[in-house]
Design a protein around this ligand. Structure first.
Ligand code: PLP
Length: 390
């Protein structure tokens, strides 16, 4: 078989759509606003945002202004919310492209409003309340004052009030309940003061899928839409992995026992064996730690193979001595399924001492994203994998 790419990430759009539907079911009457920051956690924000638009989502969250503008450029007309902070230089483009921003301080709110007025325009904003994440956001005791300032500012339009939960396991962590209570209190206070709030939103994937209630008007899942969620959080929820990561074998080499392999000779063969070289390295998102932890694993012909030696920038090596019939050109799976064998992003993250978010976000630009809208048989896929757009 001849693959078209050295290394590629297969993105299953049908799985993404299914996860969106699953999230919508879990959200009940709240709307799902997908969070597609950091290039949709490495999956490719443009294509996923267009899929979201097809599915009729009402709003998409992004990490910064550049990501929002990239989606506008790709033809995404859905309302976009920059969840992080913006800087002054970005304001003209944000206004021009009707992009909403999160507001994290009173000073920021005033500056945004003043600028919008100079353009005879209005900027849509979401007030972010820090209920315990202790990162961005106004403190609960300042929430009413800042909300009032936004309401009184003709250059701003309050489109929502939000918070963000810190716990990794949602409602299984008592801090989530504390944050929720605090948030509900702030919302009541704002409403009692006569401030009209078009949308209240808080839940991320962990909060949504662990069963947080009430969810307010919208939820903001990111990682769960990509089919990655700690199994204990939602054991019955059928989320499907969206990304699989592959490379093809470009070189095979038989080596004797006692042969040091790779930079530093960190790994030494203890028996004669066969090594395969993969054209994917740490610049492409293979964690360097996988080489030194001794726990790196990939799949070849349905079998697990250890990563051996240090991961290089562009390459890594694996031991295929136990796999029959290996050839140059064989597909290697670094994340995903191969026959009965499966390696998910969580396992790779565990082996590298990190979290799955970092694993998928780190997949580099050289790795071709190949999008599939249904799930064809692997044999069919071999012939139909499209060439990258010019
Ligand atoms: C990243 C992010 C989310 C989504 O978090 P997941 O854990 O991926 O579901 C939601 N809200 C905000 C403000 C975020 O930064």
């Amino acid at each position: 078989m001849r693959r078209r790419h050295r290394a590629w990430a297969r993105i299953d759009l049908a799985a993404f759509r299914a996860n969106l539907a699953t999230a919508q079911k879990a959200a009940g009457r709240a709307r799902v606003w997908p969070v597609l920051k950091a290039n949709a956690y490495g999956h490719g924000a443009r294509r996923l945002a267009l899929a979201c638009a097809d599915e009729g989502v009402a709003r998409i969250g992004v990490g910064d202004s550049g990501e929002a503008l990239e989606l506008r450029e790709a033809g995404v007309r859905v309302p976009l919310l920059v969840l992080g902070t913006v800087i002054d230089a970005e304001l003209p483009a944000l206004l021009r492209h009707d992009i909403e921003v999160g507001v994290h301080s009173e000073g920021r709110a005033r500056a945004l409003g003043a600028f919008a007025r100079t353009q005879s325009s209005r900027l849509g904003v979401h007030l972010k309340i820090d209920t315990g994440m202790t990162r961005l956001g106004v403190l609960p005791e300042a929430a009413l004052r800042v909300a009032q300032a936004i309401a009184d500012e003709p250059g701003l339009e309050l489109r929502g009030v939000m918070t963000h939960f810190a716990a990794r396991d949602g409602i299984h962590d008592p801090r989530t309940h504390e944050q929720q209570r605090c948030f509900q209190g702030c919302i009541r206070q704002l409403r009692d003061a006569g401030i009209s709030i078009p949308a209240v939103h808080g839940a991320n994937s962990a909060a949504l899928f662990s069963g947080l209630q009430p969810l307010g008007d919208a939820v903001r899942p990111g990682i769960a839409l990509l089919g990655i969620l700690p199994a204990q959080l939602a054991p019955e929820i059928p989320l499907q992995p969206v990304l699989s990561l592959h490379a093809q074998i470009v070189f095979l080499k038989d080596i004797p026992a006692d042969q040091p392999v790779g930079y530093g000779g960190d790994w030494i063969s203890h028996r004669p064996t066969r090594l395969a070289t993969l054209p994917i390295g740490y610049a492409d998102g293979v964690p360097y730690r996988l080489g030194s932890s001794g726990r790196g694993t990939v799949l070849v012909r349905g079998q697990r193979c250890p990563v051996v030696g240090a991961i290089s920038m562009d390459y890594c090596t694996i031991d295929v001595g136990h796999v029959r019939g290996v050839e140059v050109g064989d597909t290697v799976t670094l994340i995903g399924r191969d026959g009965a064998a499966m390696l998910n992003a969580q396992e790779v993250a565990d082996a590298a001492g990190t979290i799955p978010y970092e694993i998928t976000c780190s997949i580099g630009a050289r790795v071709q994203r190949v999008y599939h809208d249904a799930a064809p048989h692997p044999a069919e896929e071999r012939q139909s994998a499209p060439l990258p757009a010019p």
